[in-house]
Design a protein around this ligand. Structure first.
Ligand code: SF4
Ligand code: SF4
Ligand code: SF4
Length: 283
């Protein structure tokens, strides 16, 4: 499946044309915690402007009113984890002119992609009294593994300013101004003292995409990578630094295996540090 990083008009086969009136916005949920949808609802000051600029046509988290598609812009939260979701995402793509994935679940498979490293049947039988009633896939996959996606917005949860920028850009038909450099750049820009240099605190900032404003280092904490890999992350070099700083191989594996565990660069690096596992075994 192809994924581009810019919104553009789609000619998805038989996608019906969308009217020139107020753009219709739809918000869809797949396997997720709703935190990214809440980011939209939390835009207190801007929500009225958003509501004025778009027709919120489908947003079950916020309203029961449903306006029929097709939709100009669809925001998709969550990953694909069930056979039903595999079919539903095809429908969402068909009725959406521009499809934007929001958050680590939708863009990388989310924390639930930790299942990709284990045996789902075993988890199921341990956790549930009647696992036979569950219908689930062995792996949690990002939306772009199933349909073409026009823009991917990272974060767990996404950043409110970035969400508003992507929404505005898609309504205006321009490229969103979303940086792909690392959290370190934001850290330097706001004058935060580097927690690794100052205190030896492990930090994934060098390999993580900017967007949060280097939030964690500003509170004296290391970044744990919730925005996923930046454009060209040197994950192995950072792993070497973490090992030199006293982390064990298992700890390095775990630091790369959180919300974006299934993103290619983080997955590959975590496997390099998994005891007794050949690289690529979980791909
Ligand atoms: S990316 Fe994080 S905040 Fe957003 S839906 Fe997934 S778990 Fe929730
Ligand atoms: S604290 Fe982390 S994000 Fe900030 S400069 Fe240091 S390594 Fe980079
Ligand atoms: S510093 Fe890292 S972990 Fe913290 S919010 Fe930003 S990207 Fe997420």
């Amino acid at each position: 499946m192809t994924t581009t990083t810019q919104p553009h008009s789609h000619s998805h086969g038989d996608t019906p044309p969308v009217s020139k009136a107020t753009p219709k916005l739809a918000v869809w949920k797949f396997a997720s915690c709703d935190g990214c949808q809440l980011t939209l609802l939390n835009c207190e000051d801007e929500l009225l402007a958003v509501a004025g600029a778009v027709d919120i046509a489908y947003f079950p988290e916020a309203t029961r009113a449903v306006v029929e598609g097709p939709y100009d812009v669809s925001l998709v939260e969550g990953s694909v984890t069930t056979p039903e979701e595999v079919e539903r995402i095809q429908h969402v793509r068909e009725v959406s002119r521009t499809l934007i994935t929001i958050g680590a679940c939708a863009t990388a498979g989310g924390i639930q992609a930790l299942r990709n490293f284990g045996d789902v049947a075993e988890f199921r039988s341990i956790v549930y009294a009647h696992p036979e009633y569950l219908s689930t896939l062995a792996r949690s996959t990002p939306i772009a593994a199933h349909v073409s996606v026009d823009f991917q917005l990272r974060g767990c949860p996404i950043d409110k300013r970035q969400l508003l920028e992507v929404l505005a850009a898609s309504i205006q038909g321009r490229k969103p101004r979303i940086p792909s450099y690392s959290v370190c750049v934001e850290c330097k820009r706001r004058g935060t003292v580097c927690v690794t240099v100052a205190n030896g605190t492990p930090c994934l900032g060098p390999v993580t995409q900017a967007g949060c404003g280097a939030l964690c280092p500003a509170f004296d904490r290391g970044c744990y990578g919730c925005f996923g890999p930046q454009d060209s992350p040197n994950t192995s070099s950072l792993a070497d630094r973490l090992l030199l700083g006293g982390m064990s191989e298992a700890e390095v594996m775990r630091i790369y295996r959180t919300f974006n565990a299934a993103s290619e660069p983080f997955r590959r690096e975590s496997e390099r540090h998994e005891p007794g596992l050949e690289e690529g075994a979980h791909s």
